[in-house]
Structures are given as C-alpha cells and as structure tokens.
Design a binder for this molecule. Sequence first.
Ligand code: HGY
Ligand code: MN
Ligand code: MN
Length: 414
Amino acid sequence: MASPTVHPDAMTVMRRCDELAGFSEEPGRLTRRFATPALREAGEAVARWMREAGMTTRRDAIGNVVGRLGAREPGAPTLILGSHLDTVRDAGRYDGPLGVLVAIACVQRLRAAGVELPFAVEVVAFADEEGVRYGTAYLGSGVLAGRFDRAALERRDADGVRMADAIAAWGGDVDALGAERRDPAGVLGYCEVHIEQGPVLEGEGLPVGVVSAIAGQTRAQVVFAGSSGHAGTVPMDLRRDALTAAAQWILAVEVLARAEDRLVATVGEVEVEPGASNVVPGQVSLSLDVRHPRDEVRVDAAARLRERADAIARARGMRAWWSLVQETPAVACSAELADALGEAVADTGHPVGRLPSGAGHDAAVMAALGPVAMLFVRCAGGVSHHPAEAVDPADVAVAVEVLSGFVERLARRR
Ligand code: HGY
Ligand code: MN
Ligand code: MN
C-alpha cells in the first residue's frame, strides 16, 4: 500500500501505467505486440504526455515514439532515456512502460525547476523489445543503434504477415530505417529505468539498484522432423514421433542449464504439426532462449544443445534443424554513468546497491551507440512477465528523484 506522502510525480507514473495497461490486443489480459493497433494507441498516449512535459514528438520509421527536449547550443550531444512499450503475452504493466514514464516525469520535473541542460534529452518509447510477434527482439532500439537486420523484414508472424508489411501498415517506412541510425558522436549516453524482474532488491530491502552488466542472450529455433501417422494403428516401435523427441530434448535443456552456475535456458514456444489428438506428431518447432553473464559460457551451452538435438534425432531415425534467430552479447554498463547514477541514489539517502541483469534490455543494444546505464526498481516478489507484476509508488518516487539527480549530475560535469 502506498504511503500517503508519495510524491505526486510518482502517482502520475502509476496512474499512466494503469492507463497504458488498458491498451491490449486481448480482452482480459495485457498483450501489446509490435506494430499492432494497441501499441499505436499506447504510443499516442505517451506522445501526448511527452508534449505535456515540453518535448517535441515524432514516430520514427519503425514506430518508436521519440520525445525531444532540445539543448541551448545547436550541435550539443543528446542524452537518451527510455524503455519499451511493447509487452509479452499476459504481461505485467510495468515491464517497459515504467521506464518510459519515469523518464517523462524526470524531464517534466527538470523543466519545471528551470534546469538548463547543456545537452539535449530524448525519451524513446521503443516499439519492440520483447520480440513476441516476430521472434527477434530489440527491433526498436536496433534501428537507433544501427543493429537492425534487414533480413528480419521477411520474417512472418503467426498469421503469416511479413514484418515489412506490418511496418508499412502501421505507418512505418522500411526504406527509412537506415536513416534512423543515430551518430554515436552525438550521443552522450543512454539510461534506462526498469523493474528488476528479480528478487535481489526486495531481499536487500532496497528501493532501487544500479545495474552493473546485462547478460547475453541466444535465441534459436529447433525443428524435429519425424513422421505423422494414425494414433490408433502405427505401432510404437515403428513411430518417428517428433513430439517425444522434442520432449526428450527439452528435458536435456533443463539438465544442461541446471549443471552450470548462472546459466538459464528456456523453451517457451512449442508448435506441433499437424496438431490433432489422434495423429502422431510429424514435426515440432521449438524456441530456445539461453542466457549467461559470460558470452563464452552461453555460446558453448547453445552449441552443446544443438549437438544434443542432432543426437536425439539421429537415435530416433529423424532429422533436427537448428536456426539461430538472434544473438545479443553481454554488455557491461558504463562505470562513469553507473557511478553518477550511484551518487544520485546516495543523494536520496538510500544505500547504493549494484546488481547484474539476467533479463535483456534495450540498453544492451543501445550500448552500440555509447555508454549505457540502468537503474532497477524493486518489484514485488521479483515477479515479471506476469499480470501480478507490482511496484511500490514510493520506490517509483525514488526512481524519479534518482534519474533527475543523475541528469543534473551529468549537466554539472559538462
Ligand atoms: O526477455 C527479456 O529478458 C526481456 O524481458 N525482453
Ligand atoms: Mn523489459
Ligand atoms: Mn520483458
């Protein structure tokens, strides 16, 4: 329960998170994927709040919503703040939007205080960080960082819609994606506020924490190809059941990940063909998500899981296909920006906790443009990617105060 003395800026952030949660593709639960009408509506609300905070706004060629507060001097560099506006399926309401709204509240507070900044500030609401619709994450930040893979434009969603067509349909411009890349020379850095999505801050009794590094991520697709057949007439010893092969591999994924400290591996999507109760599955397509703070451990684990899939398929007289969907290397946050963030935390009277991120974030991609920093906000039970996601408004108030203090510290350093 929020204490009655929570700063009104934090209550505004909470209220806006609730309002954004109303923009969903699905009744009764929050799902807001890339290039959907629900995301467009959420982007329009965010653009309105950016303008109320004194920023100019635009939607860029992929559909990111960009708010900008110009600098006094022309040609001054830009500090980029923000996070993502898309969600996973049946999502919580703070993963992404909290970072966008805290950044807007920070700009609004600095302007209201008449703070003159020697650099421009942009707040970006990224259009796709989760990668739910097309499997490849970070489409929004990838465009800004010059990391967008144009081959992804040919990927199709579950309804067969090409990414290129989805971008055009929602007002984007695939021919202008390259021009959206930011010049690193003009970027002062990137700072993202995000819920921790883990239990550390709650365990240490801290409202916020400074992120030290972001784990690397491998996303792959694995297909087991056997033979479909009649569930009533094909004897067990003659079957090439793709789903039992996949099940054996999924358990092997779990065994391998459990055996390595800090390694996590997940099969989150399973597609069974032809998908009828009285037909032996002929083909199964699986997603694989492997993460670890050290890239060499992650890459080795992914290679071993690929070999394991081949071995299981061969032993069952089948084929296994592996396709790498996306690799995002681990990223160390900027020591200089992290220290400035830590000093801003200390200014609020709270201890400065530092912790790594097991989750991926747009900051991992924006690191291609310059130094990055992240501030985590405590979330109840560490729960995320779930409707029970929750934050305490008092912790949000601390985050707004820390981000504002961070920006002012950077200004004083120039
Ligand atoms: O998957 C992640 O780590 C993030 O939530 N996109
Ligand atoms: Mn997120
Ligand atoms: Mn997420």
